[in-house]
Design a protein around this ligand. Structure first.
Ligand SMILES: Cc1cc2nc3c(=O)[nH]c(=O)nc-3n(C[C@H](O)[C@H](O)[C@H](O)COP(=O)(O)O)c2cc1C
Length: 366
């Protein structure tokens, strides 16, 4: 009998069907959520690589707040609405995303898996996700683009050497990247005590073909450079690393296409607020003029829902993708994205929201 219970059971089956088993050794239970995947990754990674991914800046207060602030928000469901069809699609810069979760740019994927960024791109493809490729890839961008079956975006660090920066933007355009995410929260890297204690170093043979050395430049990178970037790129520019509403206003005045509310996953300036706390203030100032994305601590479908409700058009995930990559290469990356997507769909069903547009502030318990 296909009553409404039968339908929801069917939905559960469809959903669990899409979450494939991670390439785990026999006997290891399949991870059910992103926290399981982190625990599994810890057992598989070198301590140095695990600490590199998991750690935050200084005393890791912001790292913890990103999670605590999401946990402290309660949901306010609506019952008896028709949620038989869930539509998670969103459109950003003319690109339709199957669901509003992207892979955040993270560096050095060969530290996590021998196939590095190639596995990440394949996993993104398998999960219908957009992958924002870091400037600090350990694989040349053209090789990543060659295996990608879903759109790529590119994350740019502006270096001292402006000619190198310009060439990198041109390479990203040539490789078909759709959006340029310019990271603006890292004029210098933060205090990374835990990473240092773990003896962070790139293993022999692991190189960063697009970024000579580490980030330690001193030449100022300012709003004038945003004008300069816009003078030659045809890609939409998003500024990644905005938490101050005043900076969001300046970004709009500078003519950028969007912003990413981010504190770099708590890795740069410790004691800045959680991104979910900054998001509503930024959204209020932006007032719909440009798209806002958000990252930092997103681990559950309900976290995605909360970010959408508080003003983000989409979110990105960083550390969980690194851990998925470490656990199971491309399959592990796809698993992370599929779990989160399924959790988002369930959160929408259970809060009575059938489309992303219908996820508004009223879904938050105040
Ligand atoms: C291992 C690691 C490397 C990162 N590398 C970069 C990078 O190269 N460029 C960048 O803009 N952000 C980088 N980030 C920050 C992420 O893009 C993102 O802002 C952050 O991870 C989101 O928080 P979450 O890890 O809690 O999801 C990195 C984050 C991690 C964990």
């Amino acid at each position: 009998m296909r009553d409404s219970n039968g339908q929801s059971r069917q939905m559960e089956q469809d959903i669990s069907h899409r979450v494939g088993a991670l390439g785990t050794s026999p006997g290891l239970a399949s991870p059910l959520n992103l926290f399981d995947i982190e625990r599994m990754a810890e057992g598989k990674m070198t301590p140095m690589a695990y600490e590199y991914v998991a750690s935050g800046a200084a005393d890791e207060l912001t790292l913890r707040w990103n999670r605590q602030a999401l946990d402290s928000i309660k949901l306010n469901p609506t019952v008896l609405t028709d949620v038989s069809q869930i539509d998670t699609r969103v459109t950003l810069f003319g690109q339709e995303l199957a669901y509003p979760i992207l892979i955040a740019p993270t560096a050095y994927h060969q530290l996590m898996h021998p196939e590095g960024e190639l596995a990440t791109a394949r996993g993104a493809g398998a999960a219908n996700a957009t992958y924002v490729v870091s400037s600090f890839t350990t694989t040349p961008m053209h090789e990543v683009a060659a295996v990608a079956t879903q759109p790529l975006w590119f994350q740019l660090y502006v270096r001292d050497d402006r000619a190198l920066t310009k060439a990198l933007v041109q390479e990203a355009e040539d490789q078909g990247c759709r959006v340029l995410c310019v990271t603006v929260d890292t004029p210098v890297p933060g205090i990374r005590n835990r990473q240092e204690k773990a003896g962070f170093a790139l293993p022999d043979g692991v190189r960063t073909p697009h970024m000579p050395g580490f980030l330690s430049e001193t030449k100022p990178f300012t709003w004038q450079d945003i004008d300069w970037l816009q003078s030659f790129t045809r890609l939409p520019i998003m500024l990644k690393g905005i938490i101050n509403p005043g900076d969001a206003e300046k970004a709009i005045q500078a003519g950028v296409s969007g912003i990413i509310v981010s504190n770099h996953g708590g890795r740069n300036l410790d004691t800045v607020p959680a991104t979910i706390e900054a998001l509503p203030r930024v959204a209020e100032r932006v007032n719909g003029r440009i798209p806002i994305l958000m990252d930092g601590g997103i681990r559950r479908g309900t976290d995605v829902l909360k970010a959408l409700a508080l003003g983000a058009q989409a979110v990105l995930v960083g550390k969980p993708v690194c851990f998925g990559l470490a656990c199971g290469g491309a399959e592990g990356v796809a698993n992370v994205m599929n779990i989160l997507r399924n959790e988002l769909e369930l959160a929408m069903i259970l809060t009575g929201r059938s489309t992303i547009a219908s996820v508004d502030r009223s879904v938050i318990w105040t």
